[in-house]
Ligand binder design. Structure first.
Ligand code: NAP
Ligand code: MG
Length: 489
């Protein structure tokens, strides 16, 4: 309920009474072990590390640190399950298990959403309405394919690969695990998953669901840890495929490490996506799309529309409306249902964002931040605009992975195509215009794996996702996502 009106920079906004989601219904253990061969297994090093809530720095649980011995155990369990059970099982039977995972996740959707928000700092509205439903839908979607692979790949003989090593980042912890596990299982592979160190809890909750779904032991194994745990998985001799989502830097290391081996790989890496506003765009919707494109999930989105290009004749209006909108965004407790912008995922990530903000100021760009009070006690960053940037500015070229938007203008469509494509990345793009012909012209010329028109950051399990250039290769989602886990003969 609205409490009182405040006026910020001429913008009248309402202060809302707090509406925090309850944590009463969630069940978190103090300590989590690895999930290997259908059992909870202590780490062979005996070491655990803390995972915290970045909104208040409180410890949520401690989690096992996995070394190469733990990875070896998990890969052996996955190999055994692959040979003896999962690759031999009738596809329609495999589908039943995957459906069961989807349904159990749906039943526990609130618990998953709350734990995701606590562990990652993302707002509850997003984990509740985006992350968890999409993760469930990925399991439903791929369960549907499990016994229809001959229709997915007509006239070809489809074989599974074997053991898939999967490594996920911290920005969509449950969703990335679903993107990886669901197609792997549907195509008859077994899995060892290494979640990110700052957000391991929903993957461990997923292990509980997988256990409750009665999956045969060893089909899915989850080993938590740091980067070296991921490296041990990449370098294990008996892994047939590496599916990695994370930074371009680590993606390059992985590609070098598996060069010369038989391992298949998909690498879903960073981005610096262009959001393009043409002069005939529906301005108010476009402003909402800009906000959604970069400030959604605190800008912790690989495909965030972090480079804004506005056609010169409407630039002033768009920037004015954007500033106005930023003043009405609510930054605060991610557990509060009114909050628009939650916490930055970790101290290290906040330091990276702050470093880039300083670089922007030092390089002479004009910064704008709304007049807002940041909550105390956690890691927060206000939504930030940078104007007067050049194509060569560090902020325009490098991925920041935070709520920082660069704004450039352009005169002609050809100019914006050149500017948008002048990036080492090619993950996504957005186009805002009234005309279908302009949309088709741009979509054929922009180097981006996903292009949204008059919307942004929309995902669906049936639609493939992935990048060009330094944004990686391979696709996840849709039919394309299946082909990453099969050999076709
Ligand atoms: P990251 O630092 O590359 O880490 C990703 C995962 O790899 C984590 O589990 C990490 O473990 C692990 N890792 C670190 N070093 C490793 C190594 N040498 N070998 C194997 N694994 C290693 O990325 P992040 O900071 O978590 O995530 C942000 C990045 O992910 C951004 O660049 C973003 O654009 C990208 N991303 C891309 C997509 C996409 O679909 N294209 C989607 C989401 C995110 P620790 O957590 O312990 O470091
Ligand atoms: Mg955490």
């Amino acid at each position: 309920m609205a409490k009182k009106q405040t006026k910020k920079e001429g913008v009248v906004t309402w202060d809302y009474s707090p509406a925090p989601e309850s944590t009463g219904h969630i069940n978190l253990k103090k300590q989590y072990d690895h999930y290997i061969d259908g059992k909870w297994v202590k780490p062979s090093s005996g070491k655990y590390f803390d995972t915290i809530n970045p909104a208040n720095k409180e410890k949520l649980a401690e989690v096992a640190y996995g070394n190469d011995k733990d990875i070896d155990k998990a890969v052996k369990a996955a190999r055994k399950a692959y040979k003896n059970v999962w690759s031999k099982m009738a596809p329609s039977e495999r589908a039943k298990y995957i459906y069961r995972i989807a349904r159990l996740m749906q039943e526990r959707a609130r618990e998953f959403a709350v734990i995701e928000t606590l562990d990652a700092g993302k707002v509850i509205r997003e984990s509740r309405d985006v992350d968890v439903p999409l993760a469930c839908n990925h399991f439903f979607y791929y369960a549907g394919w499990a016994d229809k692979l001959e229709y997915a790949f007509p006239n070809r003989k489809v074989e599974s690969l074997g053991v898939a090593g999967q490594i996920t980042p911290w920005n969509f912890p449950l969703l990335m695990a679903a993107w990886k596990i669901a197609p792997a299982l549907a195509t008859g592979n077994t899995v060892v998953l290494k979640p990110a160190e700052t957000t391991p809890l929903t993957a461990l909750k997923l292990a509980e669901v997988i256990h409750d779904a009665g999956l045969p032991p060893g089909v899915v194994n989850i080993v938590t840890g740091y980067g070296d745990t991921g490296a041990a998985l990449v370098n294990h001799d008996d892994v047939d495929k590496i599916a990695f989502t994370g930074s371009t830097g680590v993606g390059k290391i992985i590609q070098k490490e598996i060069a010369g081996t038989n391992k298949k790989a998909t690498l879903e890496l960073g981005g610096k996506s262009a959001n393009i506003i043409l002069d005939d765009a529906p301005i108010d919707q476009a402003v909402e799309g800009i906000v959604n494109g970069i400030f959604f999930n605190q800008g912790h989105v690989c495909c965030a529309g972090s480079r804004l290009f506005i056609q010169e004749s409407v630039a002033e209006t768009v920037i004015e409306k954007l500033k106005h909108r930023l003043n009405s965004l609510i930054i605060g407790d991610p557990m509060d249902k009114n909050t628009d912008i939650g916490a930055i995922n970790s101290k290290a990530q906040l330091a990276t964002i702050d470093k880039y903000i300083k670089i922007g100021i030092d390089e002479g760009a004009t910064m704008y931040q709304p007049d807002c009070k940041l909550p105390k006690g956690g890691y927060f960053c206000p939504p930030t605009l940078f104007m007067d940037v050049a194509q060569s500015s560090t902020l325009v070229q490098e991925e920041i992975f935070g709520p920082v938007l660069t704004i450039q203008t352009f005169r002609t469509v050809d100019e914006v195509i050149q500017k948008a494509n002048n990036s080492p990345y090619g993950l996504a793009a957005g186009i805002w215009t009234d005309k279908g012909s302009r949309i088709f012209n741009l979509t054929t010329k922009l180097n981006a794996g996903v292009i949204w028109a008059n919307t942004y950051n929309k995902f669906d399990p049936t639609s493939p996702f992935g990048g060009y250039k330094e944004s990686g290769f391979g696709r996840e989602g849709g039919l394309h996502g299946l082909s990453a886990y099969v050999k076709l003969k």
